[in-house]
Write a protein that binds this ligand. Structure first.
Ligand SMILES: Cc1ncc(COP(=O)(O)O)c(C=O)c1O
Length: 355
């Protein structure tokens, strides 16, 4: 079994995924979930999904109904939709099948899971640093660098930097990268200015990834989907994806959530208002540089105050994501926009840590 040991040793060279611990009584601002959406609302649609389902049967009619709802929601056709157990699972499947043996390029920093899974599937990745001045990307340089790669991954808005690149730059990138697979990860798109989901029929190399984990407040239900042209979707749905990638319960939950879109939209609006307020407050703290956000989180640098600020946040039981020095950024931290109470706690703790 030499080859098994060799494979296992190769896998062990990667850093293992550590699920964060569930800590009680903490201000949970570390995973970009939607904590503004009422728990009662989520419970109500979950209960309805439970009662409307016969879990003894495999999911059947759910596919068609969900694809229809999703197509309408993202302004495209049912033939352009594929689903999965979170966008994580879809990304992993794409990397291990159609991307096998290829090379990828993305920006730094970005959603680390993409790079981790590329490593796992032996897909070499190149990254281009974003500017710490304003999160901008030198697209000319990126395009030049991408010439030797097969896959381009852009999170739009980007995690952790929170910005969405200009639509013109992204369209231009897609236009001149006709021979490459372009994955646009729109996990946070509901908080941003534009989506590319309605242009997938113009390109045969564009996959837009979306999720119910962020704006829809259903991270625990693990519902993700992709939007792409018919050919990619046919292959994905009929060959690549599992026959039953989601439980009928989760699919019904997604249907219920879309049917209650107005409630979801209200929570998005509240988050955007809270985001502006929090951004303005953090911007007044001289030790912190905060970036304009198109997502449901803020990204900021605290430079050499990193340890001091980390200590304060831990003391005050505020969970955020610590990046430290990454790419061109120094002492970087990402904090989710939560409820008013959570955000105010974050603001006051950061204000006090100046002293
Ligand atoms: C950019 C980005 N894409 C995808 C995901 C994962 O989404 P899902 O919960 O659908 O797997 C995340 C989660 O943090 C993310 O930040």
């Amino acid at each position: 079994m030499d080859w098994v040991n060799k494979e296992l040793s190769h896998i062990k060279t990667h850093s293992p995924y550590k699920r964060p611990k569930r800590l009680q009584d903490y201000y949970k601002l570390d995973s970009n979930e939607n904590m503004v959406l009422g728990e009662k609302f989520v419970k109500a649609i979950a209960l309805k999904s439970l009662y409307d389902n016969d879990l003894r049967e495999y999911p059947l009619e759910h596919f068609e109904i969900l694809f229809k709802k999703l197509a309408k929601y993202v302004n495209t056709n049912t033939k352009n939709i594929g689903i999965g157990s979170g966008s994580d699972q879809i990304m992993d499947l794409l990397l291990s099948t159609i991307c096998k043996g290829k090379t990828a390029i993305t920006v730094n920093p970005t959603f680390s899971y993409f790079i981790d899974r590329c490593n796992m599937h032996k897909i070499p990745t190149t990254t281009v640093n974003l500017s710490a001045l304003d999160n901008s990307l030198d697209f000319e340089f990126f395009i030049e660098e991408s010439k030797n790669n097969d896959i381009i991954y852009i999170a739009s808005p980007n995690n952790p930097t929170s910005n969405q690149f200009k639509i013109g730059d992204i369209i231009n990138l897609i236009e001149i990268s006709k021979e490459k697979l372009i994955i646009i990860d729109e996990a946070y798109v509901e908080f941003s200015g534009y989506s590319l989901s309605n242009i997938v029929n113009k390109y045969n190399n564009l996959i837009v990834m979306r999720t119910f984990s962020k704006a829809f407040g259903l991270a625990g239900a693990r519902i993700g989907y992709i939007v792409a042209n018919e050919e990619i979707i046919n292959i994905f749905n009929q060959y690549i994806q599992l026959p039953y990638p989601l439980s009928s319960f989760s699919m019904q939950l997604a249907i219920e959530a879309i049917e209650n879109i107005e409630i979801i939209k209200r929570s998005i609006e509240t988050i955007k208002q809270e985001r502006n307020k929090t951004y303005n407050k953090l911007n007044q703290i001289k030790e912190i540089k905060t970036y304009n956000s198109d997502a449901n989180f803020l990204f900021f640098q605290v430079f050499n105050h990193f340890n001091k600020i980390k200590e304060r946040l831990v003391q005050e039981k505020i969970l955020v994501k610590y990046f430290g020095n990454i790419g061109n950024y120094k002492g970087a931290i990402r904090a989710t926009i939560g409820t008013e109470e959570m955000n105010d706690k974050l603001i006051s703790t950061l204000e006090e840590s100046q002293n």
